[in-house]
Design a protein around this ligand. Structure first.
Ligand SMILES: [Cu+2]
Length: 616
């Protein structure tokens, strides 16, 4: 959400987008915008993490674009209480802009300097020591770091490393995240990933979108369409521990417009009647599973699916062109993304609403009821979006090589079974390799799985708990091969970084998914897989995988793969000491990066100033 800034309209604090609106759109639209912003800004002028009032018009986060293959951004990490005393958290740029969308192209670098401006840890905070730290050596409830969710970037210190990267209050850390040149174009996101404190930070709102631009090249169907970013977060309910049983475990917000139990006063999406738009939806909640449907006077509307979890659908068959498909509703696990084309209602439609349906998360799961999220309001020229809103002016060129190509036909070099389980009276959550002993996550644990670059593995993951769990793999996407042992037809296999596992009913076979893991890429080192219900991750449901470098080139070593260990507990401790160059120790680049005191301030790029560049 935007910061409130002094502008040429003295006396009223307004967001730059409002000023743009006043210049470029009808006065009616502009007036509605002004109302919405004045509402927020008047109430929360000095709040570093402002939020809209329920019922507000949905606006777009500010967009920051890379230039000459680099995007430099300075983030301050802040906190403030909401009106119920619950903590909000946020990343803001130096000018106070909250949670901007970070646009890069494949091959670009994101240089993100993060200053932790939280007060020191609370007196009763759990403190955890980190061996081989990347940054501070202890983590607590005021620590922060950044995970670049879904990006196929390196897990080394200074990039997308979350196990040992800790930034404590008063400290600054600079990331230099190198996006691979074959990164699929689509929607990714950023959020803190400190073990034990991830849920609070994400529910507090410290998150935003990363867009790898260029999706038009792979999915030409979206070319020229207005793009609308819709970020759905969850948050603590005002009724807290005194909520009735039918209350959702968490409330939702849409682009920081809260939708609160029990009224569920909806956010307002303004569209031009009949117009087609490209919606880029992120379920960036900590714990909440969404099942979205667009209903016009009670009739379900088709969602033309373009991309899931940042990967254009149907794009990996060698043609490098995506093939969209229609759905009437879409289940998005927490942290998952779905991008689809919708058509706005025509003028005859009286009630157009975006809803999320009830998800039965099991006897031990959270209440996740049917509820509306947004009402679609049509007014002539009502859309606040321009076709260029989220699209840099770039010439669309031929599709480029896509990460994970050919995975469906690759030789599988190892198969493993993992399972989710819980020790409920003790509120302990586990993800375990079959044959090992369930172990709560600790950043100093040895890797539970050791594999080698170049391998292709199939993991079957079972849910042995009485509630849903949401499997997330860092660094790589996986291909969904089967559910409950039933193969997914080849043409329907998607690349995902999130998959929902329904709960076990207490008898019969465990629900399962079979996932093909692609370790043929450049990413080596230690990284994690976990349940992305962050409450569960914070309480232990995470483990480490180590990818050893290939000895003779990236694809030469599949026969040297360590077999999964059976009956032996986590991989031996010696794994943890053998290869510091690979894991926790600072790389020269990271040290150099963090010692660079000459970072420019964040750049809020003027879209019109961006020159047409080469297609990635
Ligand atoms: Cu879980």
């Amino acid at each position: 959400m935007p910061a409130c800034k002094e502008t040429l309209f003295s006396g009223i604090r307004m967001h730059p987008e409002v000023v743009k609106s006043l210049k470029k759109t009808s006065l009616t639209t502009a007036f509605l915008f002004v109302l919405a912003f004045v509402q927020v800004c008047a109430a929360q002028t000095n709040d570093p993490c402002p939020r809209y009032a329920p019922g507000s018009i949905v606006t777009q986060p500010a967009d920051l674009f890379s230039s000459n293959a680099v995007l430099k951004v300075d983030f301050s990490y802040n906190t403030s209480p909401d009106e119920n005393g619950n903590p909000k958290f946020c990343f803001t740029t130096l000018d106070g802009t909250e949670s901007p969308t970070l646009h890069v192209r494949p091959g670009d670098h994101l240089i993100l300097k993060v200053k932790n401006n939280l007060p020191t840890a609370s007196a009763n905070s759990m403190v955890m020591d980190v061996n081989s730290p990347c940054g501070a050596s202890t983590m607590n409830d005021s620590s922060v770091n950044v995970h670049y969710h879904g990006t196929n970037t390196s897990p080394t210190c200074g990039q997308d490393e979350v196990i040992r990267t800790v930034i404590n209050p008063g400290e600054t850390f600079t990331y230099d995240l190198a996006f691979p040149s074959d990164e699929p174009p689509g929607l990714y996101w950023y959020h803190p990933h400190i073990h034990g404190f991830a849920e609070a930070a994400v529910q507090g709102g410290a998150s935003g979108a990363i867009i790898v631009d260029g999706i038009e090249s792979i999915q030409p169907a979206v070319t020229g369409l207005p793009q609308r970013l819709l970020l759905m977060r969850d948050q603590l309910t005002p009724c807290g521990d005194n909520c009735p049983e039918d209350a959702p475990a968490w409330d939702m917000s849409l682009n920081y417009v809260p939708v609160l139990y029990p009224q569920f006063k909806t956010a307002i999406i303004q569209m031009t009647p009949g117009a087609r738009e490209f919606w880029r939806v992120g379920n960036i909640s900590a714990d909440t599973i969404l099942d979205l449907e667009l209903q016009y006077d009670g009739h379900s509307q088709p969602l033309e699916i373009i991309a899931l979890d940042g990967v254009p659908v149907g794009s990996q068959d060698g043609t490098r062109r995506g093939k969209s498909f229609a759905r009437n509703h879409i289940l998005i696990p927490p942290a998952g993304r779905a991008e689809f084309i919708v058509s706005a209602p025509d003028k005859k439609v009286k009630n157009a609403v975006l809803v999320t349906h009830q998800v039965d998360t099991g006897p031990d799961g959270d209440v996740d009821p049917d509820r509306p999220i947004a009402t679609i309001q049509t007014i002539a020229n009502g859309s606040s979006l321009k076709s260029s809103t989220l699209t840099r002016k770039t010439k669309i060129g031929p599709p480029w090589r896509q990460r994970f190509e050919g995975l469906g036909n690759a030789k599988v070099t190892a198969r493993r079974k993992l399972f989710f389980s819980e020790d409920n009276p003790d509120s302990q959550f586990f993800i375990t390799v079959e044959g090992q002993t369930p172990t709560l996550f600790n950043p100093n644990n040895p890797p539970a799985i050791v594999t080698t670059q170049g391998s292709v593995e199939e993991w079957t993951i079972e849910n042995r708990a009485l509630e849903n769990h949401e499997f997330h793999m860092h660094q790589i996407h996986f291909m969904l091969m089967a559910r409950n042992g039933i193969p997914v037809p080849a043409k329907d296999r998607q690349f995902l970084d999130m998959v929902d596992l329904p709960y076990w009913k207490g008898s019969g076979p465990y629900p399962s998914v079979t996932l093909r893991m692609d370790f043929r890429g450049p990413d080596i080192g230690d990284f994690v897989y976990h349940c992305h219900i962050l409450e569960h991750e914070d309480k232990g449901m995470m483990a480490i995988i180590r990818v050893l470098p290939a000895n003779n080139g990236p694809n030469a070593n599949s026969t040297k793969l360590d077999p999964p260990s059976a009956g032996s507990g986590p991989a031996s401790e010696s794994h943890n000491h053998g290869n510091h160059a690979l894991t926790g120790s600072d790389s020269a680049e990271a040290k150099e990066s963090r010692s660079d005191h000459h970072m420019t301030s964040s750049m809020l790029m003027n879209r019109d100033s961006i020159k047409a560049g080469a297609t990635p």
